[in-house]
Design a protein around this ligand. Structure first.
Ligand SMILES: *Cc1c(COP(=O)(O)O)cnc(C)c1O
Length: 376
């Protein structure tokens, strides 16, 4: 067994703050000075910069990634009796928001390599009640959006990308968020672009949908105290927009650092060619922002324990498929989605952040190999 390591974080936000402190502090202080904490000027400035970065006409800042999904579906008029197709291998928010609107999530199995929704299984799941398709860009890379968009177009269905983990990723040179009718993302602190609390955004090039989403996030208000539709309180805080404006400046560089760190992990693993350690490959045409760097191993619970004892934090995204969650047990009983279920049993995410040193990655992979070997 290699010697234990110390001081490794799963995600190191403090190190990032030390690097960006002057810009972040200055942006926060500006908000404290002008005092417009709700919908202050930083929100509109951020929306303009986000839209330009993603390559869409409109960005709408919202309170979090979950609200982004809900607001997107509300703008599309999704409600009781409708079905929305999504992945079973994702965070609960993807399906929870569908259910919250009174609609039913329909789970389609994933591709066993990318762990993203498998388009070849999509058409069979479309019914007369289907109102939208919501692929999830898991671990930082997009699903096969061309195939999904092609099927959606044939059935005249909108596509909502759950890009909570993929802000900054590209597919055939176009950014996540610009690949569907509406793209949604999260700025939760641990996401590729994170604020210092909750935050999120919706992206679209459809002016009508953009206006609807902007109204829905402020109680369905078209003008002050004129409420044209049912909305909610889904605003992005000015302080969070300020943090994001400072972090967005550094983000292109961080995207490169993340890609390098992800590629280094993959190279270290492939060099060893361990028969029991699988990577989640980056699909051809994609760049990943590696929201997570995830591997697949047998005996995961024991591997986690051994790594923990040696100072290496890990996480599991996600241990239970959504169709097997207690909340969906009665509505989705008996559903079998073998690729998603296999992934849920094997996946393990390793430490990942832009400042992650090559030296630490070497140690982490040494320990991963030793941990797998010791538990076989
Ligand atoms: C984080 C996440 C969300 C929810 O984002 P919040 O900002 O935490 O509400 C939704 N979908 C996926 C895939 C996520 O990873």
């Amino acid at each position: 067994m290699p010697a234990p390591v110390s001081g490794i974080h799963f995600i190191d936000l403090k190190q990032q703050y030390r690097r960006l402190k002057p810009a972040i502090d200055q942006r926060i202080q500006a908000v404290l000075d002008h005092g417009q904490y709700i919908m202050g000027p930083e929100v509109a400035e951020l929306e303009e910069k986000l839209a330009a970065f993603v390559g869409v006409d409109h960005a709408v800042g919202v309170s979090d990634g979950t609200a982004a999904l809900q607001i997107a579906m509300m703008a599309l008029g999704i409600g009781p009796g409708d079905e929305v197709i999504t992945s079973p291998f994702t965070f609960i928010a993807s399906a929870e928001t569908i259910s919250l609107l009174g609609a039913t999530p329909v789970f389609v199995d994933i591709d066993p390599d990318s762990c993203n929704l498998d388009p070849s299984r999509l058409e069979a799941a479309i019914t007369a009640k289907t109102r939208a398709i919501m692929p999830v860009s898991l671990y930082g890379q997009c699903a096969d959006m061309e195939a999904i968009n092609e099927i959606a177009a044939r059935h005249q269905l909108p596509v909502i990308e759950d890009g909570a983990q993929s802000f900054g990723a590209t597919r055939h040179g176009r950014r996540s968020g610009a690949l569907s009718t509406i793209g949604c993302t999260s700025f939760f602190p641990s996401k590729p672009l994170g604020c210092y609390g909750d935050g999120g955004a919706c992206f679209t090039s459809d002016a009508d949908l953009a206006r609807k989403m902007a109204e829905i996030r402020v109680h369905g208000q078209s003008k002050r105290y004129v409420h044209t539709t049912i909305g909610l309180n889904g605003r992005l805080d000015t302080l969070q927009a300020a943090v994001l404006l400072a972090k967005l400046e550094a983000f292109p560089q961080e995207v490169r650092q993340r890609a390098e760190a992800g590629d280094r992990y993959s190279a270290l693993i492939h060099k060893v060619g361990h028969p029991h350690i699988r990577t989640v490959p980056v699909t051809s045409g994609n760049t990943s922002v590696f929201a997570q760097y995830t591997v697949r191993v047998p005996n995961r619970a024991q591997v986690i324990d051994v790594l923990k004892a040696n100072g290496i934090p890990t996480a599991v995204h996600y241990p239970v498929c959504l169709h097997q969650q207690p909340v969906y047990a009665s509505t989705h009983a008996g559903l079998s989605l073998p690729n998603a279920e296999a992934a849920a049993a094997e996946v393990l995410s390793l430490p990942m952040y832009p400042d992650l040193a090559h030296e630490l990655q070497i140690r982490i992979i040494e320990h991963l190999i030793a941990a797998v070997d010791s538990t076989l």
